[in-house]
Design a protein around this ligand. Structure first.
Ligand SMILES: Cc1cc2nc3c(=O)[nH]c(=O)nc-3n(C[C@H](O)[C@H](O)[C@H](O)COP(=O)(O)OP(=O)(O)OC[C@H]3O[C@@H](n4cnc5c(N)ncnc54)[C@H](O)[C@@H]3O)c2cc1C
Length: 438
């Protein structure tokens, strides 16, 4: 049995802790905040509660596997709800695309933009099928060694083509290029710096669907917290890790605001740039910053009058700035909880920018919480969006599941295979494979 110390109580750290405890290890989880969940912890004010970050996930099998492998199945703890409609895109030319998750639904919906476009779109998405298989087999489901990459994976990762170039090549209609690039634009990425293969996300979304959590992201945080109690993980909230203590060339402890905690194995599930023992290995990475976020409580009638959908999908208003309206969260009777995320040129109040796009939430405004990217990174102790893509080499510059420091592993959004709930969930499974049973 190894003494494992996990740093960071977001999805990455809690999922790793649950898995390693189930494998028989003695696990201590350190979280600097007073609650577990990281980006899953909601924002609360005046009786409203908003999802602070994620409101849906792809690849539900990742969470199902986590819960099954660490105790009772997910279905007993939390309900995942399939989204019929994953997003509504409003383009600058006034056209709208309501994108369902199924292939047939997407074909039909995209065809309504212009006849023939639906076929083009589903062909583009299907072009990722082989890449998905290669990634799944050699990168997502087995711990990789960046120095010894199987030939077919190397061929994919070393390709020079950027996502932008692939979309330009594959999709003539600029609106479809925006739809395909949207997840990266929302994460603050520049498609010129994102490798072509990362666009596999459109394939994953169409093939496995998008899912919300009954009760919001908070319900996932609560289920994870309960699971750690069941697995007898020693959870220490209010404790900030300051470094990994390395002696004799190996990690032996974690230095914290409350003294050293001895460890045989350390798992870094935070931005490693904040831990001096790891910082030099990730010096060439920069974090992907969160958007400007405004959480608002509005009168339900005003939200309806502004044309806000009643469903949980994102409403994306393309342009500069790009504005995303998310309807997740809970509100007092007669009101709605809505979050607005902004990316790009935002020189004015975000609600005014949204009003200019025909969605005016100001008349029925009951309360609002504004968060700048800087506030958010300070609050989360790092960005839950992980690492900024800087070309094809970035994939090898992230740590994880192994790191160059013996005894230290890496999970979470800053580690392999990247940010977003499904990938962060996979990072925990990869770490558990490397550590193995007690
Ligand atoms: C605005 C926004 C919207 C998003 N929307 C989606 C979405 O719809 N779907 C999706 O799949 N993903 C989404 N994501 C991404 C997803 O939320 C993250 O990738 C994921 O939650 C990251 O989990 P994590 O555990 O790596 O990090 P975090 O959730 O950031 O958790 C890190 C934890 O570590 C703690 N910590 C930090 N430093 C220390 C330290 N030194 N010592 C101890 N504890 C420390 C923090 O307090 C925090 O609790 C979104 C992210 C953002 C920001």
């Amino acid at each position: 049995m190894a003494r494992v110390v996990v740093i960071g109580g977001g999805l990455g750290g809690t999922a790793t802790s649950a898995r390693l405890a189930k494998l028989g290890h003695d696990v201590t989880l350190l979280e600097r905040g007073d609650r577990l969940g990281g980006a899953l912890v909601p924002v609360e004010q005046d009786g409203f509660s908003w999802d602070a970050g994620p409101s849906s996930t792809l690849l539900p099998a990742v969470l199902r596997d986590l819960f099954r492998k660490s105790g009772r199945p997910l279905e007993r703890e939390l309900e995942l709800v399939a989204m019929d409609l994953v997003r509504e895109h409003r383009f600058e030319d006034g056209s709208t695309l309501r994108l369902p998750s199924s292939r047939a639904g997407q074909l039909h919906a995209v065809d309504e933009l212009a006849p023939g476009l639906g076929e083009r779109w589903v062909e583009h998405v299907a072009s990722y099928a082989e890449e998905w298989e290669v990634l799944r087999r050699h990168y997502l489901e087995v711990p990789w060694d960046p120095e010894a990459v199987p030939r077919e994976l190397a061929a994919l990762l070393d390709r020079r083509e950027s996502l932008r170039r692939r979309l330009n090549r594959s999709l003539r209609d600029p609106r479809l290029r925006l739809v395909a690039a949207y997840p990266f634009l929302a994460d603050g990425q520049d498609p010129r710096d994102v490798p072509s293969w990362a666009g596999v996300r459109s394939y994953v979304e169409q093939r496995f669907g998008a899912w919300t959590f009954e009760g919001g992201a908070e319900a996932l945080a609560a289920a994870l917290t309960a699971r750690l109690a069941t697995r007898r993980v020693d959870v220490r909230t209010g404790v900030r890790a300051t470094d990994v203590v390395v002696r004799g060339g190996r990690a032996v402890a974690v230095a914290t605001s409350a003294g050293e905690v001895d460890a045989d194995v350390v798992v870094c599930a935070v931005d490693p740039r904040g831990l001096p023992a790891l910082a030099s290995y990730v010096a060439r990475t920069t974090p992907a910053l969160p958007p400007v976020i405004c959480h608002v409580g509005v009168e339900a009638a005003a939200a309806a009058a502004a044309g806000l959908p009643d469903e949980p999908h994102d409403l994306v208003v393309h342009g500069d700035p790009m504005l995303v309206v998310r309807a997740g969260g809970t509100a007092p009777d007669g009101a709605r909880a809505v979050s607005v995320h902004g990316r790009g040129r935002l020189a004015e109040d975000i609600l005014l920018a949204l009003a200019r796009q025909g969605i005016d939430l100001r008349p029925g405004l009951l309360t609002r919480v504004d968060r700048s990217p800087r506030d958010l990174v300070a609050q989360w102790g790092g960005s839950p969006l992980g690492v900024q893509w800087q070309g094809r080499r970035t994939v090898r510059r992230r740590l994880g599941p192994r790191t160059p420091v013996p005894g230290v592993l890496a999970a979470g959004a800053h580690a392999t295979p990247g940010s977003g709930l499904p990938y962060v969930g996979l990072s925990a499974a990869l770490v558990a494979q490397v550590v193995g049973p007690a």
